[in-house]
Design a protein around this ligand. Sequence first.
Ligand code: UT7
Length: 323
Amino acid sequence: MIRARVIGAGACLPSNIVTNDDLAKKMDTSDEWIQGRTGIKQRYIALPGEKTSDLALGAARAALADAGIDAGELDMIICATTTPDESFPATATVVQARLGMTKGAAFDVQAVCSGFIYGMSIADSLIRTGAARTILLIGAETMSRLLDWEDRTTCVLFGDGAGAVVLQAHMGTGTNADQGILNTRLFSDGRLHDMLYADGGVSSTQGAGKLRMQGKEVFKHAVTNIAAAIVASAEAANIPLDQIDWFVPHQANQRILDGTAKKLGIDPAKVVSTLAVHGNTSAASVPLALVTAIQDGRIKRGDLVLLEAMGGGFTWGAALLRW
Ligand code: UT7
């Protein structure tokens, strides 16, 4: 059985760090409120002119270098983003050109904060069916461009960045002992649109709009939906939760991470959190957290790793991998 195995991972962050105290100088907020309610201490904000494709390219190059392969070996590039450089073409094609890749295909995936999980599910399917052998999957965002900086209830939460993985076909036995993606589970419920959305778009306002969120409502759904996605993925592989080595969640709020771990009886020490440094980077948050835990030596070959996310739509999902 063919499995999609991660053979390299990399990240890219803007050079510009904005702390909670920096924000408190510009608006009615405080480090105490932001840290206490979310766990966020700082976030990276792209400099003027710095685009999503710049961050995506940085992460792509780092992932390719980590995999030890050249862009010419890629069959496909998938970029998960809600903040593309332009309405079209896809940011993935901008990365394709800048990597000097002249074959294959490149396209974007739009599932907001769940985009990396959706992209992983698509890449897994393409690799397992033999349609592609090697895929670069990127999560990249400049969420700072989509924020209403007059709305303190949302603008303090988000940041910019990108993370990427290279997935490659690998022959497995079809058991849970195989390295690679064991399964993915995707969900959405479009009825919950009004809880988290951008109030603009090409066909409605001819602009990008600004992010709007009913934070308390999103919070309640987040714990329930994320817990359900984790259970669905673990059950599909018939793996008890306590056998999973690392949980790499979407980084929206430390209280969501803690609440989900508590609900499922997961040891909080197994939950990777980068909220304090990255804030919420939407589709980039899972790969940024993943790269952090790989580079600091927590995630090792052979470990069972469960990725999960939830975002606007609502969309949510999980992916279970043997590293
Ligand atoms: O990535 C997609 C998924 N997103 C999420 O999962 C986000 C989910 N939601 C959350 O993380 C939380 O709901 C927030 C962090 C957004 C807000 O936390 P909360 O505990 O739900 O706070 P709240 O909205 O109920 O606000 C509490 C108080 C309010 O004041 P009053 O009405 O009690 O006087 C707000 O006006 O905090 C006030 N407040 C702030 N104060 C200082 C709201 N934002 C700020 C701020 N600084 N930035």
